[in-house]
Design a protein around this ligand. Sequence first.
Ligand code: MN
Length: 320
Amino acid sequence: MNKTRKIALEEHFMAPGFEEYSQVFLADMDPAEARELGHRLKDFDDTRLEEMDHANIAYVLLSQSGPGVQGETDTPLAVRRAQENNDFLARRISEHPQRYGGLAALPMQDPPAAVRELRRAVQELGLHGALVNGHTHGVYYDDPAYDPFWEAMQELDVPLYLHPINPYKVPQCMEGHPELVGAVWGWGVETGTHALRLLFGGVFDRFPGVKVIVGHMGEGLPFLRWRFDSRFRVYSHGIELARPPSAYFGSNILITTSGVCSAPTLMAAIGEMGVEAVMFSVDYPYESTELAARFIEDAPMDPETRELVCHGNAERLFRL
Ligand code: MN
């Protein structure tokens, strides 16, 4: 049990002053559970490290809990909040540099400012990439205004973790079903669709070095990878891609196991994505560290595959 060294990539914290943004996620939760989550999100020195030790998680990349900066409607304030978040994160990392790295928050409201903050976070603060919580007030990052952003991601050679957020508008098919809008189903549809917008919008053709990480076992996308090719051949709407849609999976789109602790699903994901494109994560503190660790230790993989999924792929991708 827990003999495999692990690295986890979707592990959240709460920077001071960011609580109000997360109310949208916490409001529908049991109050006692929400309080416990609040406590865990602000802890860097106790429970978090104890649970990592117990699960043999050697190192994690920390990121601000959603929606974070993406929830700010005032653009100049979003720029400042991203800087504050990243400075705060860098200080916490400096207290446990052997255990923590970080993914920057970015003010995607202002694409040139997002590029500047990305460069500062990576080159000056030593962060390992960025995590953005999906769209920014209904704007998606296949928009040509973000081409300089993708160019900078490619040049810096750091990944973008595309994390879920609530849909900008509740889709008609979810009307009357609030249980479907959020984490149960809607976040996967929202975030998987955003990843597909990047793919079909040609972002990976314009910037072939870009790496986007999608959590929650790829938000279901690996299961439909074959169909993307089959139906795009028939319904391309004049869109031309350099490669078949399936080819961008495993090369430009990578996934983590965060919050999907099912061995059959993992086997299918590895089959579709390739063994080098699936990485362990927990989604702390929203998911159980112990359960995630037990799942990845027990899943039927050969030892080489388990080492890659648990830490080898993350080490190669983030140059750890
Ligand atoms: Mn998460």
